[in-house]
Design a protein around this ligand. Structure first.
Ligand SMILES: Cc1cc2nc3c(=O)[nH]c(=O)nc-3n(C[C@H](O)[C@H](O)[C@H](O)COP(=O)(O)OP(=O)(O)OC[C@H]3O[C@@H](n4cnc5c(N)ncnc54)[C@H](O)[C@@H]3O)c2cc1C
Length: 836
């Protein structure tokens, strides 16, 4: 996302009242857009007690993509946190109907998800297992059971299915109007036919929303502009990564053949998703509805959405559905002979990864978005709840990492977004394997050694727009990883990479770490107040979690304390997770006050890095530097500027491999030279390249947690086992008060490490952990530790079970695997390799 505007200071907001009949001139929160998402945000704001709220709708409610939606709702999603929100949304509709008396047309028909091959069945089993700890009641069933549920399917095309009793469909207009009615009854105002044409941030930090009916000022506004969210974003000089796609579904003539099925099922049949055919279907009256996510998909309005587009449909083009329909008709022959009564073609928006974009906009206090919601009827409710929590309390209240707008950064130009959205749409019903890297829009950002690493046969992944090596395929073989839920062709090669690190020395590209620089006289004090650990003295590194007010983990950093060569003043570089770069930038900008005397600068990819690790890494580095880097002179967690031959470098003695190791940082113009130098000198020490897969394997040797897996904003650092990095004796740090109560009462759950009897399918993350016949916790990540030759997992257990070692099982791809909780790391438990 491109941010072109500076932040303004925060001021106290004073609500005022409406004059005469014109638009109210001030409100605490203004929601732009009266689709299902905007109305849900409005309702949840009022429900949480924030009633000085106004919704502005250009035309009539639902006049964007909402009115022509097929109304389907599903609980399943690849991200279990998004799945939980979808489940909340579906349960909410009954409550809304009761509250307002508005008919939402709820039909909880249940939904059958059909697998046409074993991989898809594995995916469904995984989704079923993941759903367990969220309380979802899905079932894996046989094809004959599936046929009993939907008699007109052709059993021979399928290998199994998942039955979800909670899915179904609703009336999109009914739901939107119910949200609106409920919000109004709680004090919200809704202004229809009121078009927001301009958005201006005033010098006091509040926002003027200029409409064709006058101007309304507010402290916070929410862009829920749906099909026009991109254009509303542009009013504030940001380019939101959303793009609309055409989407078609059709209705058959009435089909007497389905009458008995309808009679058996309360008149509404059952919903079906056929992943192989890339189609969804359900009954609508006595007809059948069928929709498809076709390969030959068509984006809609790639430059700008016209403001005069109303409640209109697009010209249908059944031709482009032909490939999907051919499969669909063989899987469900009833369609082949049916006449088509109506075809709907309408546009709706997607983000590059298909998940919603919600949350505050970096650097623009009071600007929120709730857009890119491609499944508004499943996700609108949970998204609205998260937004209301976030606006009113500063925290979304649950794990919305997968939907947070900050997961996209400045690389998401319109053309990148378009490419990714087309990829996402056409893969909507395809499996995303856990080790799969989607190719569209890549490579985009590359480090200077991209070509050299490609020559070394790197298999590439991408994170936060930047390419990074996953592993290095054996010379002469295609650098491609087979996608699978089990162990891939990378397995034996990564084993060699790990062995070489543990026995000799390995080198890895680390440019993808996020780097945040803080300078100025107030920087140390600012960071002391923001991070839980002590900020180290110059030349030292410390590991420091960052918390929100609720004491939850919102970051874990390696903090390097340095002296700036130009000013001679202290400066600090926080190295953090690359994928959380935008998330952390937003947090820092929100917390910097104008008087803090602290300057913040995201460094980005201009600072490039290489890490060397393994027992010979010291010898290798010594060979290239003039100074004494013995363990006494360059201790674990020291950091300093050194000349590596001709190359001015910043070298830190730290390694995520858990081994002796160094992270070497240079300006991007020098990375290529540094790489050559290390490769050349490394020949004497059997230096080998390694990638992220090997690093991951080695972190399981050491039980090191990682951001977005073990460390997420739903855990606190005492649960996450980061006690050593929290200094309760510090005068204050953000979140200390909340964490004090956790300390007093003891954490409810604890991060634990396991070795798993996995055969060839390791834990991936989000699998349920069983104990005594019950699901008691969940795995956060897992993988094979090649050095220790164990399949490992990390996961959270209730504190009362966190001292037990035996009796656990982790459900991996539908099979309960014995898991032993281990007390100490498998490799170098006393840390002597790393420290000495
Ligand atoms: C054919 C089709 C079938 C679908 N089927 C399903 C389905 O089965 N299940 C499902 O969950 N989803 C489905 N969807 C997707 C669903 O329609 C969207 O997820 C949902 O409508 C998104 O709602 P929204 O509120 O974000 O956006 P929108 O409905 O587009 O609403 C945005 C609103 O903002 C208003 N607005 C924009 N800019 C301004 C401005 N400057 N000033 C004032 N007002 C403004 C617009 O007029 C509009 O009313 C389908 C979509 C299509 C096209």
């Amino acid at each position: 996302m491109n941010i072109l505007k500076e932040e303004s200071p925060k001021v106290e907001f004073q609500p005022t009242t409406r004059k005469g009949n014109t638009l109210k001139d001030r409100a605490q929160v203004v929601v732009v857009g009266g689709g299902v998402v905007g109305c849900s945000v409005l309702y949840h704001l009022t429900k949480s007690g924030c009633t000085d709220v106004v919704l502005l709708e250009r035309k009539e409610l639902t006049a964007g993509s909402t009115w022509h939606a097929a109304g389907g709702m599903h609980t399943l999603n690849g991200d279990p946190n998004v799945a939980a929100l979808q489940r909340y949304t579906i349960k909410l509709y009954k409550e809304l109907e009761e509250l307002t008396g508005v008919d939402c047309g709820i039909h909880l028909t249940g939904e059958l998800m059909l697998a046409d091959d074993e991989d898809r069945l594995d995916w469904l089993k995984m989704a079923h297992a993941r759903g367990r700890y969220l309380g979802m009641e899905t079932e894996i069933i046989s094809t004959s059971e599936a046929k009993n549920l939907v008699p007109f399917l052709e059993e021979q095309y399928f290998v199994g299915a998942l039955w979800d009793p909670v899915g179904g469909h609703v009336d999109p207009s009914g739901v939107t109007n119910a949200y609106a009615a409920a919000a109004r009854s709680l004090g919200a105002e809704i202004e229809r036919n009121t078009w927001v044409k301009e958005i201006i941030q005033k010098s006091d930090g509040t926002w003027d929303l200029v409409t064709d009916k006058g101007t309304i000022n507010c402290e916070n506004f929410v862009n829920a502009g749906g099909l026009w969210a991109r254009e509303v974003g542009r009013m504030c000089n940001i380019e939101l990564p959303v793009q609309a796609m055409e989407h078609m579904y059709f209705l058959t003539e009435e089909l007497p053949e389905i009458e008995s099925w309808l009679d058996e099922t309360d008149g509404h049949g059952r919903g079906v998703i056929d992943f192989g055919g890339e189609i969804y279907l359900r009954a609508e009256g006595k007809s059948l509805l069928l929709g498809t996510y076709e390969q030959a998909c068509v984006p809609w309005q790639t430059k700008a959405t016209p403001w005069d587009f109303g409640a209109q449909l697009l010209t249908p083009d059944l031709e482009r559905l032909t490939p999907s329909l051919e499969i669909g008709f063989s899987h469900f022959p009833i369609y082949a002979e049916a006449g088509i009564k109506q075809v709907i073609n309408g546009p709706f928006t997607f983000a590059p990864d298909g998940n919603p974009l919600i949350g505050p906009i970096r650097g623009q206090r009071g600007h929120w978005v709730a857009c890119g919601v491609m499944a508004g009827l499943s996700q609108g409710g949970g998204g609205g709840l998260a937004m209301a929590n976030w606006i009113t309390t500063g925290d979304p209240g649950f794990d919305v990492w997968g939907m947070d707008v900050s997961r996209f950064g400045d690389w998401t130009t319109p053309s990148y977004t378009l490419t990714k959205v087309i990829e996402n749409y056409s893969r909507r019903f395809q499996i995303s394997f856990p080790n799969e890297e989607l190719p569209a829009g890549r490579p985009l950002h590359t480090s200077p050694i991209f070509g050299k690493l490609t020559e070394a046969n790197a298999v590439w992944g991408a994170a936060y727009g930047l390419e990074y090596p996953l592993w290095f395929q054996t010379s002469g073989k295609e650098p491609i990883e087979e996608v699978t839920f089990k162990r891939s062709n990378a397995f034996p090669v990564v084993a060699e990479e790990v062995k070489n690190v543990r026995e000799n020395v390995g080198m890895m590209e680390i440019t993808g770490f996020a780097k945040h620089e803080f300078t100025g006289a107030g920087a140390r004090i600012f960071l002391e107040g923001l991070l839980t650990n002590n900020i180290p003295k110059s030349g030292r590194i410390s590991l420091a979690p960052m918390l929100n007010e609720a004491g939850k983990l919102i970051g874990d950093f390696t903090v390097a304390s340095l002296i700036d060569e130009f000013s001679g003043e202290e400066k600090f570089i926080l190295f953090g997770s690359g994928i959380a770069e935008g998330y952390h930038q937003r947090w820092f900008l929100e917390h910097l006050t104008l008087d803090s005397n602290t300057q913040y600068r995201p460094i980005g990819n201009d600072m490039t890095g290489l890490a060397i690790a393994g027992p010979a890494s010291r010898e290798l580095l010594s060979y290239l530097v003039d100074e004494d880097i013995s363990s006494e002179n360059f201790r674990f967690l020291d950091i300093k500027n050194m000349a590596i031959e001709m190359i001015p470098s910043l070298v830190g003695r730290i390694s995520f491999t858990g081994d002796l190791g160094y992270e070497i940082w240079v300006s991007s113009s020098l990375q290529s030279k540094l790489f050559d130098l290390l490769i050349d000198a490394g020949k004497k020490f059997d230096l080998g390249l390694f990638g992220l897969r090997a690093l991951d394997s080695m972190r399981f040797d050491k039980n090191f947690g990682a951001w977005a897996s073990e460390y997420r904003p739903i855990y606190n650092p005492l649960e996450a086992g980061m006690d050593n990095f929290v200094k309760f004796d510090k005068e204050s740090f953000l979140g200390k008060e909340s964490l004090n109560s956790v300390l007093e009462e003891g954490p409810e759950k604890k991060l634990c490490a396991f070795v798993v009897d996995a055969e060839n399918s390791d834990v991936l993350g989000d699998e349920p952990i069983w104990y005594g016949g019950e699901v008691v916790g969940w795995a956060t990540s897992g993988g094979y530790s090649h050095w220790s030759e164990e399949s490992c997992a990390l996961g959270y257990l209730p504190s009362e079970l966190a001292n037990m070692n035996e009796g656990f099982e982790i459900e991996v791809l539908g099979i309960l695997r014995e898991a032993k909780r281990i007390n100490e790391p498998l490799f170098d438990p006393d840390g002597s390799r790393m420290r000495n």
